[in-house]
Ligand binder design. Structure first.
Ligand SMILES: Nc1ncnc2c1ncn2[C@@H]1O[C@H](COP(=O)(O)OP(=O)(O)OP(=O)(O)O)[C@@H](O)[C@H]1O
Ligand SMILES: [Mg+2]
Length: 251
C-alpha cells in the first residue's frame, strides 16, 4: 500500500534518513522504532509532505507522492499525528473533528455567514458525523469544550480521531502513547485494534516496547537514519543488533 524506496533526507551535512526501504502492508499495523534521533519523525515528515526526500521515492496506492504538498497527501488518504500534540486549541473538540473532515466537504462551511438550506443540512450532518467520531474514541462528553481543556490522554485521542475523520486509508502515529498511564495504554491498544477493524492501515512510531510488540504485525528499526532490522515482533525482539542499539543507547 505504501512503499518507500531508498528514501534519504539530508539537513546540510547531516543524513537524518539514509536510503530507507520500507513497505507497509494493507490493513496491518506496522511499527517504526529506534533510539532517539534515529530519524523516525523525519521519515514521517517525508511521507506526509513536510519534506521532500533528497533521494528516493514514496509510492502510495501505486502513485508517486514524494514532493507533493501536505494537503495533497492528506487528500490522497494519508493522515498523521504529531510527536508534540498539534490541535486547534481554542476550538472545541467537535470543531477539531470537523476540521479533520473538511478535506472531504464542499466549500468552507465553518466561515459561511449566509447559509442556504442545503448548506445548513450539510453542516448538521457533518456535526452529527463529528459527534459519532468523538464517541468512537469516548470523547463525546468533551464535544463542546475547548481542545486545550481536555486531559492529556484525551488530547492524544482527539488528534487521532481528527486524522481518522478525513477517512484516511493510512494513519501515521508519532509516539501516540507518550505520556499515557498504563490504564490509558491498555485502552489505547484496544482502540488501535478497532481502527484496524475499520480497514485503516497504521504506521506507528512508539517507544513503549510492550505496546509495540503486542499490537504490531511487522516492525522496522532505525538507527542513525539507517534501517537496522525488520521483521515480525519475535524476530526484532531477539535480534542482537537491535538489543545492542537499545542497550547501548539512551533509551
Ligand atoms: N529540521 C531539521 N533540521 C536539522 N536537523 C534536523 C531537523 N529535523 C531533525 N533533525 C535531525 O535529524 C535527526 C533525526 O531526528 P528525528 O526527530 O527524526 O529523530 P527521531 O527518531 O524522531 O527521535 P525521537 O525518538 O527523539 O523523536 C536528529 O539528529 C535531528 O537533530
Ligand atoms: Mg521523533
Amino acid at each position: 500500500m505504501l512503499e518507500a524506496n531508498g528514501v534519504t533526507i539530508k539537513f546540510g551535512g547531516l543524513v537524518a534518513v539514509n536510503h530507507v526501504n520500507l513497505k507497509i502492508r494493507d490493513k496491518q499495523i506496522t511499527g517504526l522504532i529506534g533510539p532517539n534521533g534515529a530519524g523516525k519523525t523525519t521519515f514521517f515528515n517525508c511521507i506526509s509532505g513536510v519534506y521532500t526526500p533528497s533521494e528516493g521515492t514514496v509510492i502510495f496506492d501505486g502513485r508517486h507522492i514524494e514532493g507533493l504538498r501536505p494537503y495533497q497527501i492528506c487528500q490522497a488518504g494519508i493522515s498523521r499525528t504529531y510527536q508534540v500534540i498539534n490541535l486547534f486549541w481554542k476550538m472545541t473538540a467537535l470543531e477539531n473533528v470537523l476540521v479533520g473532515m473538511h478535506p472531504r466537504m464542499k466549500g468552507g462551511f465553518l466561515t459561511d455567514m449566509f447559509k442556504t438550506p442545503a448548506v445548513r443540512r450539510e453542516e448538521k450532518e457533518a456535526k452529527e458525523k463529528a459527534y459519532e467520531w468523538l464517541k468512537f474514541v469516548g470523547l463525546e462528553k468533551y464535544a463542546n469544550d475547548p481542545a486545550s481543556s481536555l486531559p492529556y490522554g484525551g488530547q492524544r485521542l482527539l488528534e487521532i480521531v481528527r486524522g481518522l475523520a478525513s477517512n484516511c486509508k493510512i494513519l501515521l502515529l508519532d509516539e501516540p502513547a507518550a505520556g499515557m498511564n498504563s490504564g490509558e495504554k491498555e485502552e489505547f491498544d484496544r482502540l488501535l485494534q478497532k481502527i484496524l477493524d475499520m480497514g485503516v492501515t497504521i504506521l506507528m512510531i512508539e517507544h513503549d516496547m510492550k505496546l509495540v510488540m503486542h499490537i504490531c504485525q511487522y516492525i522496522y528499526v532505525l538507527e542513525y537514519g539507517k534501517l537496522l532490522a525488520e521483521g515480525v515482533p519475535e524476530e526484532v525482539q531477539n535480534n542482537p543488533e537491535v538489543i545492542r542499539a537499545y542497550l547501548g543507547g539512551e533509551d
